[in-house]
Write a protein that binds this ligand. Structure first.
Ligand code: BG6
Length: 475
């Protein structure tokens, strides 16, 4: 038994975190380009601080990133050497539509991805494409206010139509929005939102989310029309919530948090807003801008599969509980779990929580799952030859893969594949650092952008190669 025969092993990246080439071949400026490294990053990604252009005071890691724009052949060859069956990457929206609202796409941007996909197929690697990974043209933010404006839906529709048509024979697996629930926590990255003074944040976020949900359903419709073979998925930043204690108040808090994080995926997978969410809107006095036909579109075009990222479980505490210690997590903090160890960035490590999360998602949606992000962000110290002995990463991944195997083998979950996050070192989304590395391949570049960009396989490179070669038998 173990992993299914056609299991798609691979790795994942996002355009803005690896490509660089921010102004190459007609590319326009995107929200993710102007997000700097340093203490201003967080208020900017949460939409609290408006920052829509480069200045001299900050360093902008996405401008060059690891320059995959010019290294993709070399990088894909390394992925192939590890035996990747799939490579998850995202499209830079502004390579295709530099401003976002043009009628005609930029041919150079399309040609770049076409060549990249062909390069993947040369090695039998199936591309898995995230249409937008924290990516929104700056022009659409300045002129329309980002996704809180319904017009974005039409611009996104143009984008997906172009992509599905042009790459009909090259791409079968698509994700509409990366970690769609991140709108709630990092709304500038998730939806291009910058809050105005006195603006109702909840209203703006839920409105933008509604537009993305309808856009996602439309993309699913269009994708299936253009090629019925297309498999179109949603993508969630997942991780179950544990109650801090067995006090009923803590358990209820965990239950509520889980429902709130899941509501967008509920819509994408089941085609309806959950009733608890509609009740909550009523209490908040928020009316969603639902137009005629929206609910029908959501209902008719649900996703084919559920993809998700998993790094940690989270802990919730009820209002009636004592003061608790907090630790960092993916974008937002969590109550600290005293039973778990954490990464150097405070993210709690919980392989059994991975199995629980997988089961929770499968029970909830009854659709095939795809793990599209999992991994350990750590400080790697290369030796003189540039080699990194990353046993800590191997340990993390081996335990998580074993937990996933249990979910498949013992719990019967249908799982299509697994792509580790940042299979090659890249810029961290949360912190903008290069120092926080996830890769099997070391890239010589530091937080300030200094380095030769040389690629060197780490110890985990050979380890993962063996995992794939044995279809997860040897971990
Ligand atoms: C996910 C994102 O939230 O987590 C990635 O989809 C991100 O873009 C990854 O890089 C890891 O987070 P970080 O902050 O360590 O880069």
């Amino acid at each position: 038994m173990g992993f299914p025969e056609n299991f798609l092993w691979g790795g994942a990246t996002a355009a803005n975190q690896c490509e660089g080439g921010y102004d190459a071949d007609g590319r326009g400026l995107a929200n993710v380009d102007v997000v700097p490294w340093g203490s201003d990053r967080f208020p900017i990604i949460t939409g609290e601080l408006e920052h829509l252009a480069f200045d001299d005071k900050h360093f902008y890691p996405a401008k060059e990133a690891i320059d995959m724009y010019h290294h993709y052949k070399e990088d894909i060859a390394l992925f192939a050497e590890m035996g990747f069956k799939t490579y998850r990457l995202s499209i830079g929206w502004t390579r295709i539509f530099p401003n976002g609202d043009e009628n005609e796409p930029n041919e150079a941007g399309l040609a770049f991805y076409e060549d990249l996909f062909k390069e993947c197929h040369k090695y039998g690697i199936e591309p898995l494409v995230t249409i937008t990974h924290f990516d929104c043209p700056i022009h659409l933010i300045k002129k329309y206010g980002g996704w809180k404006n319904r017009k974005l839906l039409g611009f996104y529709e143009n984008l997906v139509r172009v992509l599905f048509t042009r790459f009909k024979d090259l791409v079968k697996y698509w994700l509409t929005f990366n970690e769609i629930n991140m709108i709630l926590h990092a709304p500038f990255m998730g939806a291009g939102l910058v809050f105005e003074e006195g603006e109702d944040h909840e209203l703006a976020k839920y409105t933008a989310a509604h537009h993305e949900l309808v856009a996602s359903a439309l993309a699913t419709k269009i994708g299936h029309e253009i090629n019925p073979e297309n498999k179109i998925g949603c993508m969630m930043a997942a991780g179950v919530y544990y109650p801090y204690s067995c006090r009923p108040g803590d358990n209820w808090a965990a239950y509520e948090e889980m429902r709130e994080e899941s509501y967008l995926i509920d819509v994408q997978a089941r085609g309806e807003y959950p009733r608890h969410f509609l009740k909550k809107l009523e209490r908040l006095g928020i009316e969603l801008p639902i137009l005629d036909g929206d609910l029908e579109i959501l209902k008719a075009h649900t996703v084919d599969f559920i993809s998700f990222s998993y790094y940690s479980t989270r802990v919730a505490v009820g209002k009636d509980n004592d003061e608790v210690e907090v630790t960092s997590g993916n974008i937002f903090d969590s109550v600290k779990n005293p039973y778990l160890e954490a990464s150097e960035w405070g993210w709690q490590i919980d392989p059994l929580g991975f199995r629980t999360t997988i089961n929770m998602l499968y029970d909830r949606y009854q659709k095939p799952l795809f793990v599209v992000e999992n991994g350990l962000g750590a400080v790697d110290v290369p030796d003189e030859a540039g080699y990194v002995v990353d046993d800590y990463r191997i340990d993390y991944l081996a335990k998580h893969i074993a937990a996933m195997r249990d979910a498949i083998e013992l719990d019967g979950v249908e799982m299509w594949g697994y792509t580790t996050w940042g299979c090659i070192d890249l810029v961290s989304a949360g912190t903008g650092e290069m120092k926080k590395r996830y890769g099997f391949i070391y890239v010589d570049r530091d937080n300030a952008g200094v380095g030769t960009l040389k690629r060197t396989p780490k110890k985990s490179f050979d380890w993962y190669k063996q995992v794939i070669a044995t279809n997860g038998e040897i971990l």
